[in-house]
Design a protein around this ligand. Sequence first.
Ligand SMILES: [Zn+2]
Ligand SMILES: [Zn+2]
Length: 279
Amino acid sequence: MHDYKKHPWTMVYAYFIYILGGFGVTAGAHRLWTHRTYKANTKLKVILLLFYSMSGMYSVVDWVRDHRVHHKYSDTNADPHNINRGLLFAHVGWLCMKKHPDVIEKGRQMNMSDVTDDPLIRFHTKYYQWFHLFFCFVFPAIIPPLLWGEPWMVSILANSFVKYVALLNAVWTVNSLAHYYGNKPYDRNLRPTQNLLVAFLTKGEGHHNFHHAFPWDYRASEFLYIFHITTIGINLFNKLGWAYDLKTVSPEVLQKTVERYGDGTHELNQYKELPSNGF
Ligand SMILES: [Zn+2]
Ligand SMILES: [Zn+2]
């Protein structure tokens, strides 16, 4: 007899491993290795590589190269997921098609030595398919049947495949929806936007206008919301001393950028409209 009472535990567990895999992408591949927004000790690097393996994405080196090219040549032919080629192309189409020659050329020119010289990344890149096979598909599926008796088929479907597809699509929304829908309080000349739905799905990454304006900032946003799990996680590791030298944009630079380049939707603009006595 099938016991449906076990499913809620499996759903909570699936969401938990979805968060861990996503954290490996956002705090690891993105904010640590691509942008160097903070420094991490070896223990944290190992944890981030294992979490990254839970996402099942391609190698860290390829991720970092693509993302550095994306920032440097945003929304041009050299951008791997150029939004000007359409929402579907930016979401997933770019992974199904041959790369534009400009993407390949600019990718080759990109300085990657900080990543390719890291022995941990080199080791992970050499065996990443095995890491991904185990941490994305095998390990997540074996826990629920062993610990609370979830049927194997349900666990494999939920924790390996549904989680994998959900996580990939969540990450891809940053390249599609957060380059398409939303306001631009920090720089109206950029295509990237502030998109709350994407921010919720990706632990904060949807505040993409902020991120493209200040890519060296370790935070998802100048504001801290409960679902900014990436920022909260880095803060916790900072408390442990495992993450350090966290970079942030200064309030003065932020204010000047908002005033000079923003589209007028930042709350600073609302304060400006108040009478001088403020009441
Ligand atoms: Zn972007
Ligand atoms: Zn970035």
